[in-house]
Design a binder for this molecule. Structure first.
Ligand code: NAP
Length: 293
C-alpha cells in the first residue's frame, strides 16, 4: 500500500529513469526535489517536483535520497565533494543506479564512513512501467532501514522486494535475471534469423512462444532441485543427446550463412560438460562445470 505520510525526497539524476522515479514519488503525494548535472533536464521533470541547481540545496531537509545515474563512477564523483557528503549525513540513500555487487559494497563502505543509511537497489522495469504492476525493485542492506522506508518506496513499485542483508544481493539478483533476459533474447533473435534464412516465416517460430518458454520453465525448476542436491542424474534426456541437437543448430546456421557464433558458444559450453564425463547426466549438469572458467 502506498504511504499516507508525505516524505521529503531528493532524486539525484533526471535521466529517463530518474525522471520517472521523481514523478512517481510526487504523484504519490511526496515532496520531491530533483537535481541533475544538466539543470535543464531537472527543470523539465515537472509533475509537482521542484528542481534545484545546486545539489546540497536539493538535499537540504530531505529524509530520503534516491540516486539514478548512469553508473557508480558518476555517483562517486558527486559524493566525493565534502559539501555533498555533509548534506547526506544522517539521511537514507537508496542507490538505484545499476551496478555490480562490488559497486554496492563500495557504496556501503562510503556510506558507513559518512554516517549515511544505505540501501542498494535494482529496478526491473522500463521507465514507462514505474509505479505500475509491471515494476519490481530489489533492495539489499539493513532490514530495519528497508522497513522504515518501504511504504514510501512502494510509490515506484508496489512489488518492492527485500532480498538480503548482504549489500551486493540486489545487484547479484538483477545481474542473474538480466543474464537470463539478454541470453534468452539473443537466442530468440537467432532462432528467428535461422527461420528466415531457411525461408520459414519467423511468425511460425513466434507462434510457438509458449512451447519454448515452457521448456525453459520446466528446465529451470529441474535445475533448481538438481543444484540444491548436487545430483544431475535423470531419465529424460542425456547431455550427449542435447549436444547432438546443438550440432544441428550450428550446421543449419553455417549452411544458411547466418552467424553461428552464438550456437557455437552454446555448443562449446555443453561439450565441456561431456569432456568432464557428464554425458549421461541431464542438461543442468553443465552448472557444475561453470566454476572451472
Ligand atoms: P540516462 O537517461 O542516460 O540518464 C543518465 C543520468 O546520469 C543523467 O541524469 C545524467 O546526467 C547522469 N550522469 C551521467 N554521468 C554523470 C556524471 N558524471 N555526473 C553526474 N551525472 C551524471 O539513463 P537512465 O535510463 O535514466 O538510467 C539511469 C540508471 O537506471 C542506470 O544505472 C540504468 O542502468 C538504470 N536502469 C535504467 C532502466 C531503463 O530502462 N532506462 C531500467 C533499469 C535500470 P545528464 O543529464 O547531465 O547527462
Amino acid at each position: 500500500m502506498p504511504s499516507n505520510r508525505s516524505t521529503k525526497i531528493a532524486v539525484i539524476g533526471s535521466g529517463l529513469m530518474g525522471s520517472a522515479l521523481a514523478k512517481a514519488f510526487a504523484a504519490a503525494g511526496h515532496e520531491v526535489a530533483v537535481w541533475n548535472r544538466t539543470p535543464s533536464k531537472a527543470r523539465a521533470v515537472g509533475g509537482g517536483t521542484v528542481a534545484f541547481e545546486h545539489l546540497p540545496e536539493a538535499l537540504s531537509g530531505r529524509e530520503l535520497v534516491v540516486v539514478s545515474l548512469s553508473n557508480y563512477t558518476a555517483c562517486s564523483e558527486l559524493f566525493s565533494s565534502e559539501t555533498v557528503a555533509a548534506a547526506l549525513a544522517g539521511k537514507t540513500v537508496v542507490q538505484l543506479t545499476s551496478g555490480s555487487p562490488a559497486d554496492a559494497r563500495g557504496g556501503l563502505e562510503w556510506a558507513r564512513a559518512h554516517r549515511v543509511d544505505y540501501l542498494d537497489a535494482a529496478i526491473l522495469a522500463f521507465p514507462g512501467f514505474v509505479a505500475t504492476d509491471y515494476a519490481t525493485v530489489f533492495y539489499a542492506g539493513s532490514r530495519a532501514v528497508f522497513d522504515r522506508h518501504v511504504e514510501t518506496l512502494q510509490a515506484i513499485a508496489k512489488n518492492s522486494v527485500y532480498v538480503d542483508e548482504k549489500i551486493g544481493s540486489a545487484a547479484t539478483l538483477d545481474c542473474a535475471i538480466l543474464e537470463a533476459f539478454y541470453g534468452g533474447t539473443l537466442a530468440v533473435l537467432h532462432a528467428a534469423a535461422m527461420c528466415k534464412a531457411e525461408g520459414l516465416d519467423p511468425k511460425s517460430f513466434f507462434a510457438q512462444k509458449n512451447s519454448f518458454l515452457g521448456l525453459i520453465s520446466v528446465t529451470a525448476d529441474a535445475a533448481q532441485g538438481m543444484i540444491e542436491n548436487n545430483d544431475f542424474s535423470g531419465d529424460q534426456c542425456s547431455l550427449n543427446t542435447h549436444v547432438a541437437a546443438l550440432e544441428h543448430i550450428v550446421r543449419l546456421s553455417s549452411d544458411a550463412r547466418i552467424s553461428s557464433r552464438f550456437p557455437k558458444e552454446l555448443l562449446e559450453n555443453y561439450k565441456r560438460a561431456l569432456s568432464a564425463g557428464l554425458g549421461d547426466k541431464e542438461l543442468p549438469a553443465v552448472f557444475s562445470t561453470l566454476k572451472q572458467d
